[in-house]
Design a protein around this ligand. Sequence first.
Ligand SMILES: [Ca+2]
Ligand SMILES: [Ca+2]
Length: 442
Amino acid sequence: MLRLLWKLVVLLTIIPSIGIQANPPIAKKTSLLGQLTPMKRAAKLNYPEFPKELKARIEGKTPASHPAVATSTTKDWGLSHIGFFQIFNTFLLPVKPATVPCSAAVVVAVVDTGIDYTHAELRDSVWINKGETGSWSPPPGMERYISCRDKSCNGIDDDGDGFVDDVAGWDFVNDVPLAYDTHGHGSHIAGIIASTGADGIGSPGVCPGVSIMPLKYYDASGVGYNNLQNTVRAFHYAIQMGAQIINYSGGGTDPAPAERLALEDAKNHGILVVAAAGNEGQNNDIAPYFPASYGLENIISVASINPENQLLPSSNWGPGRVHIAAPGQGIVSTLPGGQLGAMTGTSQATAFVTGTAALLLSQLSNPKDFDYHQLKRWITDGAKPLPGNAKRQILMSGVLNVGGALEAERKDVQRDKTPVKLPAVALNPGKPTSGTSLSKTQ
Ligand SMILES: [Ca+2]
Ligand SMILES: [Ca+2]
């Protein structure tokens, strides 16, 4: 009885107004998991119009043109660490020989801060919702007042999915179609997955040419509860619109039933969810981190390592709930405003796993015939040992290895195509950066 009274006193202290809850019952603080290293940040940007190249794709005038992947120059150590360059000439079955190894038919939802869809290294990988493309004419008599002549800008939900003009994703923070990234995190994640690195300054992503669905949930100035609600809405959108992989480089220490239900729904749709293990330096088996720790079969949880294969001190771990490790220290990737820069955290490690999953799907003649079961198994079976893991049991498997995952896939899948060899590429594995930005003009 005394305990009950004490609880009541505590409750009244927290909630001054009896009967009125100050906050919703589940106020999960979601946070991003990639820490910006010192660098020149992009100036505050207003949401720009789509670039003309993307606009032409939206209007159905041109297909995406993918420049060749610049594998000869890279400033990043992550790709070489996961064996990316060894896959050329050995495993890879390029969808478009000598250009990009990944298929635009494979859709990866990046639930994050949006992306810079104007960035030269990202814009060709932006997912296009075909239901909101194509020519459109204003009603008779309205032509002179309405300049829009395309479904993407007519203010009508042409495909009836509940979102008006969602031609290239959705900004759930502001509830607008343009999911532009004014933060930097989402563009960095998208670049690790799919940057073309085409101009030789930046690094290619693991899977250039895959379709990135930008879904913006995170508002740095917003409260955690809103970020959580936006996360859940973004998950439902990704499921509804046919994403096969979801990258979630964020999270929090409190579970949320709505989030779990959304991810169960993703599981029922065969979607692989790649989630950051968290940057608390904790054992997730004891102190879980969500959504990585929900324990759903379709979630693969990712820790971060440095070039010496050591887990970063900030990285969470746990043999029960953390599956694999990937590079996460000083990773160079794309930033808004045509820039490049380095970030550190399990966010970045997560994106390497997502890119690998997209690459695996791209190698299949019928990607839609495969789901998270196979993807997760190929990725974990293909992992390389993490030194010390056998003794200390810090992860379920080991370190991400693209070749290992492709080999595991090849053992499973009888291909109906003859592998095509890419031209030889000059390998120049990068070194970890000091975290300085690499600005470039475009
Ligand atoms: Ca729509
Ligand atoms: Ca429309």
